[in-house]
Design a protein around this ligand. Structure first.
Ligand code: ASP
Length: 326
């Protein structure tokens, strides 16, 4: 019995040693950063900006973005929850990590049990957009127009649990009017269809919408940040437009599968912190209306604490709205 125990202890020691050894050499091959939405959209833009900067910050690293879109980000989330916890598969996700546990009756992962936390990345406001030839120019006109034409209008989103879905829910609740929604695998294709006139309304992050608003390809009605932002100075806030309750900021975080060695998580977290001081990242975020997380926020503890707080914050809101998915 003592002998067996000794062998057991030795075995555990070998396993721990192997873990430390692989953490010390890490990374020795490309790291996949899974974006749970389509390429070219807001989450993808944040992911590519950060992946490049973390690659520069971490000797030997090559972080490659992989898009696994669908079901509001939950397909990509499941993929990472089930991946080998060796530091070579990571997830970038937004506020959907906090809304999905209430929205989905059968979510295939638990955001509080199946992940390690690397850190918060940034905060991004959303813009309410309409296609260019839709008549309304401000929130008041939009509400009147939507109420008069509810049966024929379509509201695009990136699936249940996406930020665009959440913003759309808040909009419909605020104006007490249901709309027909069209789900996409991400808001890159949704925005393309808005520009093409196939859908009428979309609420999406400034990280996707700013260039198209500035180029005049879509009409921005209002922004969901408490103050106007420098990159879209002419777009009024929801509060200025009479809708203070439509105040929502989309935060992003980075995760690894549960069981990823602490040394690897700490290395990734340090690289994330370095990337949030990188002038190229700060410029890109500023151009797209994103506020970088502080060094203290870009830590495992801060992301975990934020996620817990956000799950608790959104649960009653979603339950009140009564929207659920299987
Ligand atoms: N962030 C978008 C949303 O949640 C999806 C995307 O990144 O494409 O609506």
């Amino acid at each position: 019995m003592i002998k067996r125990l000794a062998v057991g202890v030795a075995g555990i020691a070998t396993l721990i040693a192997a873990g430390i050894a692989s953490a010390q050499g890490y990374p020795t091959r490309p790291i996949a950063l899974v974006v749970p939405f389509s390429a070219g959209g807001p989450t993808d833009t944040v992911a590519r900006t950060i992946a490049d900067a973390m690659t520069r910050a971490m000797p030997g690293a090559n972080i490659v973005v992989e898009n696994t879109g669908g079901a509001g980000g939950t397909i990509g989330g499941s993929r990472v929850a089930r991946a080998k916890p060796d530091g070579y598969t990571l997830l970038i996700h937004h506020i959907g990590m906090a809304t999905a546990p209430t929205l989905y009756r059968k979510l295939p992962y638990d955001p509080l049990k199946n992940f390690e936390y690397i850190g918060l990345i940034n905060d991004v406001p959303m813009t309410m957009l309409v296609k260019n030839d839709l008549p309304p120019n401000d929130m008041k006109e939009l509400v009147d127009y939507v109420k008069a034409n509810a049966k024929t209008l379509t509201l695009a989103n990136a699936g249940i649990g996406a930020a665009s879905h959440l913003c759309g829910l808040m909009f419909q609740a605020a104006i007490d009017q249901e709309l027909v929604t069209t789900p996409y695998k991400g808001t890159a294709p949704a925005l393309a269809d808005l520009m093409g006139g196939q859908v009428d309304i979309l609420c999406d992050q400034t990280t996707n919408t700013t260039p198209q608003i500035v180029a005049g390809k879509v009409k921005a009605i209002a922004i969901t940040s408490p103050q106007r932002i420098d990159s879209l100075k002419d777009v009024p806030t929801m509060a200025e437009s009479g809708f203070p309750q439509l105040d929502v900021t989309i935060w992003h975080g980075m995760y690894a599968p549960k069981g990823t060695p602490k040394e690897i998580v700490d290395k990734l977290s340090a690289a994330l912190q370095a990337s949030l001081k990188d002038p190229a990242v700060l410029k890109r975020f500023a151009d797209l209306g994103a506020t970088p997380s502080s060094q203290e926020e870009a830590t495992p503890q801060a992301l975990r604490a934020h996620l817990e707080k956000e799950i608790a914050r959104w649960e009653p809101v979603i339950k009140k709205a009564g929207v659920f998915a299987d």
